[in-house]
Design a protein around this ligand. Structure first.
Ligand code: GLU
Length: 428
């Protein structure tokens, strides 16, 4: 069967247009919000270790900054496209608005595979990226952060290059920095924990005991690992994890019906989330095809990898037992699948609410950098829990009151907030 291809930017616009219609948004606001405000496309020459020079394509896209500086990660991925970055920048605007933090939406990306680059090549790539956007980012204009396949070390190299160019210290130019170098305690856990804070509240609202619940997880990067850790700590059981195998170039699902030991699984993965198959078998895991994660008899599906994973084709394999889909990734579900999720009566926690914990903690990191006073991990995670829980109930309550699908309810809140900021500023 031929696979339908999905463009995330088209998906983001379909989602936006539907809610803009629902809100009867005026034409000018609609035109402004359905596309990015500014885009930077550039090339990055990088001297490779073997003496050759490679040219990489990079992007930084600012979707909207009416509520505050643009905010959002930089991804390194071989399949990165400008439209993916556009979509992700748009989702960042809605994400910051739904948790009500004073930031806008932006995103960056480089088409590259960091798994095939040495540390020194990665450092030169990071510095080269910043040299191209040094005039267009900044603590008061656009603040990058880590995303898929980027980490604290990358952020620190980027900050260092920015500071060298501008000749002063600017810890607020980037977040997700290592702890001790301007980073916040709890940032590593924040996105995954935020996912589970919203799931915990959703299960309460649905009268499901987390302690008897089961879940299947897609992805085993930073977000997925910490989501799995907190979910199992609260008593839930993860029975399957699907992760990308860098050597074989495909994904596998690791299943253990009695529940996976997340600590043990984390010990046998590399920094990109590839799980060692032989060691997983020693731990008693069955090794199944990558796409099997979605077909498990579980209560909760946790897509925490990339976009376009839950499509009408893959959704046809979802078990009748599934009650909640918790979108830890950005854009994991295609718009043509939303109707199917509704019809199956599955409760959805939409991506830009569900995974907003990362950027919320980035906001805390900015506050701590500005004060030059750093909070304890407990304090960070407690504040994060409060923010995520109240954002969850704002969306859940609106969905209940107006009979809306959760994704639409989240959009209603975010679009209204951004549209109001645009009007108050006199842009429209
Ligand atoms: N890349 C993360 C996201 O998609 C975090 C962004 C940030 O901290 O600015 O939400």
């Amino acid at each position: 069967m031929e696979q339908k291809s999905y463009n995330p930017y088209v998906s983001a616009q379909i989602q936006f247009d539907a809610v803009a219609d629902m809100l009867d948004l005026d034409e000018a606001t609609r035109q402004l919000l359905r596309q990015p405000i500014r885009e930077y496309h550039f090339t990055i020459p990088v001297k490779m270790d073997d003496g050759t020079t490679k040219i990489f394509n990079g992007y930084r896209i600012q979707h909207n900054d009416a509520r505050g500086p643009a905010k959002g990660g930089i991804r390194f991925h071989p399949q990165e496209t400008v439209d993916t970055v556009r979509a992700l920048s748009m989702w960042m605007t809605w994400k910051c608005a739904v948790v009500d933090i004073p930031l806008g939406g932006g995103k960056g990306g480089v088409i590259c595979d960091p798994r095939s680059l040495s540390q020194t090549e990665q450092e030169r790539l990071c510095r080269g990226y910043v040299r191209q956007v040094a005039k267009n980012i900044g603590p008061l204009s656009d603040v990058p952060a880590p995303d898929v396949m980027t980490n604290g070390q990358h952020m620190l190299w980027m900050m260092d290059e920015y500071e060298a160019i501008h000749g002063a210290h600017y810890p607020g130019v980037i977040t997700g920095k290592p702890v001790g170098m301007g980073g916040s305690l709890g940032r590593m856990e924040a996105t995954g924990y935020g996912v589970i804070f919203t799931l915990r509240e959703a299960l309460k609202a649905l009268n499901i005991d987390i302690k008897t619940s089961t879940a299947s997880l897609q992805g085993f990067g930073n977000v997925a690992e910490h989501a799995a850790r907190l979910y199992t700590k609260l008593g839930g059981k993860i029975i399957a994890i699907s992760s990308w195998d860098n050597i074989d170039g495909k994904a596998y699902t690791f299943r253990k019906a009695e529940g996976l030991d997340i600590d043990a699984m984390a010990k046998i993965k590399d920094s990109y989330g590839t799980i060692d198959k032989a060691k997983a078998m020693e731990l008693g895991c069955e090794v199944l095809p990558g796409e099997d994660w979605i077909a498990q008899d579980v209560d909760i599906l946790l897509p925490c990898a990339l976009e376009n994973q839950i499509t009408p084709a893959t959704f046809s394999k979802v078990s009748d037992q599934v009650k909640v889909i918790c979108e830890g990734a950005n854009g994991p579900t295609t718009p043509d699948c939303d109707e199917l999720i509704k019809n199956k009566n599955i409760y959805l926690i939409p991506d830009f609410l569900c995974n907003a914990g990362g950027v919320t903690c980035s906001y805390f990191e900015q506050i701590q950098c500005n004060m030059n006073y750093f909070w304890s991990k407990e304090e960070v995670l407690e504040k994060l829990d409060q923010k995520m829980t109240s954002a969850f109930y704002a969306v859940h309550n609106l969905a209940q009151e107006k009979g809306l699908y959760m994704r639409d309810a989240a959009y209603v809140i975010s679009i209204n907030r951004v549209a109001q900021a645009v009007k108050l500023r006199g842009w429209i």
